[in-house]
Design a protein around this ligand. Structure first.
Ligand SMILES: [Zn+2]
Length: 142
């Protein structure tokens, strides 16, 4: 599956929209060189994994209790082209926390058209590593 991964070059803009380069943002987290220090950093790395078809990181960053079936997730990655991420806010999720949430809006294009996902993601830290637990859909504010 890693053969279909499309990571940008280290000096390219990170897909998560942080404004940083891939090599100093999500890159080291995706390649396993560095653990995400915060829940938001893990969330951003997951978004980047979804945009770059990095199934391995999408699975590895998902809590085993709620992790989807590999084939289902692979299909979801292939069917959706993520265009933009906008992190709206966080609670907890810092270096001294074990739980955290990240609220975000992500824009995607699917075969059915434009899709806007507004979610509050829940994260927990297990053995020092942040993991995605679940997402609650949030009401979109304009
Ligand atoms: Zn990033």
């Amino acid at each position: 599956m890693s053969s279909s991964t499309r990571h940008p070059a280290n000096d390219e803009r990170c897909p998560c929209g942080s404004g940083d380069t891939f090599g100093s943002c999500c890159g080291p987290v995706l390649t396993g060189k560095r653990r995400a220090a915060t829940a938001e950093a893990l969330m951003r790395s997951r978004y980047t994994a979804f945009t770059t078809q990095d199934l391995e990181h999408a699975l590895a960053s998902w809590h085993p209790d709620t992790r989807p079936d590999r084939a289902d997730l692979a299909r979801s990655l292939a069917d959706t082209r993520w265009l933009r991420l906008d992190v709206r806010g966080t609670t907890g999720g810092g270096p001294f926390d074990d739980e955290g949430t990240v609220e975000f809006v992500a824009i995607a294009r699917t075969e059915q058209g434009r899709r806007e996902l507004h979610e509050i993601s829940h994260f927990t830290r297990v053995d020092g590593s942040w993991l995605y637990v679940r997402g609650d859909l949030a009401a979109t504010r304009h």
